[in-house]
Design a protein around this ligand. Structure first.
Ligand code: TGC
Ligand code: FAD
Length: 390
């Protein structure tokens, strides 16, 4: 007779650290993910797509720009946003990516660096999921080092002319507006590019083996002419886009744990059911050690995420602390996903179970929003005062 099993995050009763409202938000998103994402996501993943219409459902739930205030945004605290990311990523990293890019990158850029007119024009419809945004920073030859980007904007009378190519842009092909970062004679500036502007195109990237339930695109800007009002007035250096990355990286600190939790719950359920050598896989000490180590890392990761969330809500979160959270939690999440896959063995390599899908997705999560090496160096610089990037 096998006794009932505890949920991995229930062991430490971390729930006690959340407010009623935070609980309710997490529960609501979890229900939505269970009903709308989990039943469909293996098909989306196999087809290599993410339906744009999901944006309206995310909008109706208040998930888009949810920690921003005004302009139709929900205005929750940062911890609630983190918990929503965790629940979304328990469905698939692609779902959390969609929400991260819309809220933390595209909408945050406008909210933080935009003019009042830009905020009124774009944010309400983006919060509702009626308009989708993307964020173009990376180029094929400038990922970790965006300062070197070749995309240029130059003044032409009162207009701007943009030329260049961005690479690996989430939601690029389904976006209505692209936030594009470009070097100018006045420093690095951000531009709001309606995607129907002549000279703009966004071919979808194919043959990905990771984050397949997410649209990833190239952005091509060929003499794209924009009016003066298209430039974000507040941003004139790399600080502009990097401040947006801090927001999205924060969401990933929580989000990655959602993918790990889903893997661990799956592995525990599987290990209790699956019989080998006439006993459940869970009945072997080697399996229990794996499960215990994973549960430990998951709970430690959650405590770290929650601590960073409370710092953020107190207005005290620093970029190097976000780097610490992203480095640790994504690294542990991918290790958990891979170990869970070993417990499911052959069944683990299929789309019948979420484990290898999460593991493959987490390869992208480890790379985007700053690779683990970049975050290591950010923390190394904070610890030593020495810049080791060059
Ligand atoms: P550095 O000289 O250190 O700084 C330049 C300016 O930026 C400021 N700054 C920051 N500001 C806010 N937040 C941060 N985290 C910041 N880090 C630096 C800095 O104070 C300075 O400001 P100012 O006013 O003096 O000009 O910059 P660097 O060129 O040496 O680069 C530093 C480095 C390597 C850490 C940075 O380039 C970096 O983070 N690289 C990684 C690039 C990256 O993460 N790209 C992500 C692209 S978006 C994406 O991946 C979306 S995935 C979406 C999804 O699907 O979820
Ligand atoms: P590179 O910078 O070429 O790095 C190659 C290797 O060198 C890595 O291991 C790296 O860690 C290491 N390295 C680099 N510099 C150093 C150093 N100084 N010291 C030691 N090691 C170093 N970008 C966007 O702008 N918008 C998006 O929406 C977006 N979505 C994405 C979606 C997906 C699915 C993926 C995979 C990427 C996405 N990106 C996006 C791009 C992502 O941010 C970049 O891939 C990432 O920043 C790394 O850049 P890179 O791939 O060019 O790697």
């Amino acid at each position: 007779m096998i006794a009932p099993a505890e949920q991995p995050l229930a062991l430490l009763a971390v729930d006690h650290l959340l407010s009623d409202e935070e609980h309710e938000i997490a529960r609501t998103v979890r229900r939505f993910v269970d009903n709308e994402i989990k039943p469909n996501v293996a098909d989306w993943w196999e087809e290599g797509t993410f339906p744009k219409e999901m944006g309206k459902q995310f909008g109706a739930l208040g998930l888009l720009g949810m920690h921003l205030t005004g302009y139709g945004c929900a205005g929750t605290n940062a911890v609630s946003y983190g918990l929503a990311c965790m629940e979304l990523e328990a469905g698939d990293s692609g779902a959390r990516s969609f929400v991260s890019v819309q809220g933390s990158l595209a909408m945050f850029a406008i909210h933080h660096w935009g003019s009042e007119e830009q905020k009124c024009r774009w944010l309400p419809e983006m919060a509702a999921g009626e308009l989708i945004g993307c964020f173009g920073l990376t180029e094929a030859d400038f990922g970790s080092n965006p300062a070197g980007m070749r995309t240029r904007a130059r003044r032409d009378g009162s207009d701007w002319l943009l030329d260049g190519t961005k690479m690996w842009i989430t939601n690029g092909s389904i976006a209505d507006v692209a936030v594009v970062w470009a070097n100018t004679d006045e420093g690095l500036r951000g531009f709001l590019v309606p995607t129907d502007t002549p000279g703009f195109s966004a071919p979808k990237l194919a043959r990905k083996l990771s984050l397949r339930a997410s649209v990833t695109s190239e952005l091509v800007l060929d003499r794209v002419r924009l009016p003066a009002e298209a430039v974000l007035p507040g941003a004139s250096s790399l600080r502009g886009p990097l401040s947006c990355l801090d927001e999205a990286r924060f969401g990933i600190v929580f989000g990655a744990l959602g993918a790990a939790r889903d893997c661990l719950e799956t592995a525990i359920a599987y290990a209790r059911e699956r019989q080998v050598f006439d006993r459940p896989v869970a009945g072997f000490q080697l399996t229990q050690e794996k499960l215990v180590d994973m549960a430990l890392e998951l709970q430690k990761g959650f405590l770290l995420a929650l601590h960073l969330g409370r710092l953020k809500d107190a207005g005290e979160l620093r970029p190097q602390q976000v780097s610490l959270g992203k480095l640790n939690n994504v690294r542990e999440a991918i290790a958990i996903a891979r170990t869970c896959r070993t417990i499911l063995a052959a069944n683990g390599i299929t789309l019948e179970y979420p484990v290898m899908r999460h593991a493959n997705n987490l390869e992208s999560v480890l790379t985007y929003e700053g690779t683990s090496e970049v975050h290591t160096l950010v923390i190394g610089k904070a610890l030593t005062g020495v810049d080791a990037f060059g």
